[in-house]
Design a protein around this ligand. Structure first.
Ligand code: SAH
Length: 365
């Protein structure tokens, strides 16, 4: 049976079909309330509990009448993610959340606290199909797509966690496990829900989707007109080197990928971020920096240099600090805006590329 994206079957032995609350736009929830003969102001009360107050348990929504709460429990599923484990980095700036999904699979999100920013790094799939040479997430391929609600709930749950100390999620990056543009329909729906003014109401400027470069779906994103930030995982100044480390570059030619993100930037008037993981002896030479600078020098963009974070079992190295410095300096000399991503959460394997499948999921592959 093919169900729409925002439906879930709970208790398969009884065939109970429910909708996932966090996978619904505000107008869809209001329609649901109307169909059920409920006043729509009740929907607004519900939005306030979940998205503003961080309450994800119907029993705690005390201004909703008990019969309505019972009905919601049966029809709109809330609380798809069960917290299995939370780890804090030693500097206290990064927290990693391991969620157990309803089907027993696991997925992780990371909260990065930097200055006043509270950024949630969300996963979009269990595993990843991109299989980049330096990344833990794709080592075993992809298990399944996350539903829109499973994506939105990562933000809702971490927001709940922050609200307890008087804070809120301020930014969202799709840089956790998975390739967001290979789970296009769910990711676009999740983005619309995150930006829905009656729900979280995030500005598109506070959201970044990072992609390995799935050209047709970058083009589709332009038509969606969501205006979220796009980051391209480039990692090389040319196709020859990119092919060695990013298997997806066999699917999409270097120039086609660049052209599609440049079109995205032109249409949305948002600067593209190019992510570049620095790998010793592979893409970290002066000649690579110069070639990259030539490629991007006339473009309104930002290069984000990410020194490689170690992944178990991979025979790759992070370049030395002076080498990273040198690379950075060359780009700056060509006036290419460059930032360096400081590694956060390495001690809890929460840094970029360190999110991996659990043992149980590997067995199911
Ligand atoms: N699939 C998407 C999003 C997930 S990866 C993408 O490819 O963009 C998020 C970022 O982490 C990407 O830029 C990715 O290349 C980077 N990354 C992956 N493994 C890494 C590692 N071991 N060290 C540093 N950065 C890594």
């Amino acid at each position: 049976m093919q169900l729409p994206l925002n439906y879930v079957i709970i208790l398969p032995q009884y065939g109970v079909i429910m909708r996932e609350f966090c996978g619904l736009l505000s107008k869809e929830v209001k329609n649901f309330f109307e169909e059920e003969g409920e006043k729509t102001f009740r929907a607004k009360q519900l939005f306030d509990w979940v998205y503003q107050k961080g309450v994800l348990d119907y029993d705690q929504m005390l201004n909703l009448p008990q019969p309505l709460r019972d009905q919601l429990k049966e029809k709109l599923h809330l609380g798809l993610l069960k917290l299995e484990k939370m780890e804090n980095s030693s500097d206290g700036e990064t927290k990693k959340f391991l969620w157990k999904l309803l089907d027993g699979r696991f997925v992780e999100s990371v909260l990065i606290m930097s200055g006043t920013r509270r950024t949630v790094c969300v996963s979009s799939q269990v595993g990843c199909p991109a299989r980049c040479a330096f990344c833990a997430s794709g080592k075993e391929g992809v298990m399944r797509n996350l539903t829109p609600a499973e994506i939105v709930e990562q933000v809702a749950q971490i927001n709940k966690h922050l609200i307890e100390s008087g804070e809120r999620v301020s930014h969202i990056v799709f840089m956790g496990m998975g390739e967001p543009l290979e789970n296009y329909t769910s990711v676009v729906r999740a983005l619309k829900i995150l930006m829905d003014p009656e729900l979280f109401g995030f500005s598109p400027r506070k959201i970044t989707v990072s992609t390995v470069g799935v050209v047709p779906n970058i083009n589709k994103m332009i038509e969606e007109d969501l205006k979220v930030n796009l980051a391209l995982s480039l990692h090389a100044p040319n196709q020859h080197i990119r092919k060695k480390i990013v298997p997806y570059s066999r699917k999409f030619a270097f120039d086609d990928v660049l052209n599609s993100v440049r079109r995205y930037s032109k249409f949305t008037k948002r600067d593209i971020t190019y992510e570049y993981v620095l790998l010793e002896g592979i893409n970290d030479g002066e000649e690579h920096a110069k070639e990259l600078a030539e490629l991007l020098r006339n473009e309104q963009c930002i290069v984000n240099l990410i020194p490689y974070n170690p992944v178990m079992g991979l025979n790759l190295k992070r370049p030395s600090a002076p080498k990273i410095e040198k690379f950075h300096r060359i780009l700056s000399k060509y006036n290419v805006a460059t930032t360096r991503r400081y590694t956060k959460g390495k001690d809890i394997a929460a840094a970029c590329g360190q999110l991996a499948l659990r043992k149980k999921d590997k067995k199911n592959l």
